[in-house]
Design a protein around this ligand. Structure first.
Ligand SMILES: [Zn+2]
Length: 50
């Protein structure tokens, strides 16, 4: 199974695509895998996938 790592920056007016280049942290928790992305604009977007 291939995981989709891409998402979009949550900062208002940014909407940059975030991919593996922006991924700075992956954490496995009971609720799923959390990934923190740091966008070029400086905002950090966290996603959770199960
Ligand atoms: Zn951004």
């Amino acid at each position: 199974m291939r995981e989709l790592l891409r998402c979009t920056c949550e900062a208002a007016g940014c909407d940059r695509d975030l991919g593996e280049d922006q991924l700075m942290l992956t954490m496995e928790t009971d609720g799923g895998v959390r990934r923190a992305y740091e966008c070029d604009c400086g905002a950090v977007t966290v996603t959770v996938s199960r």
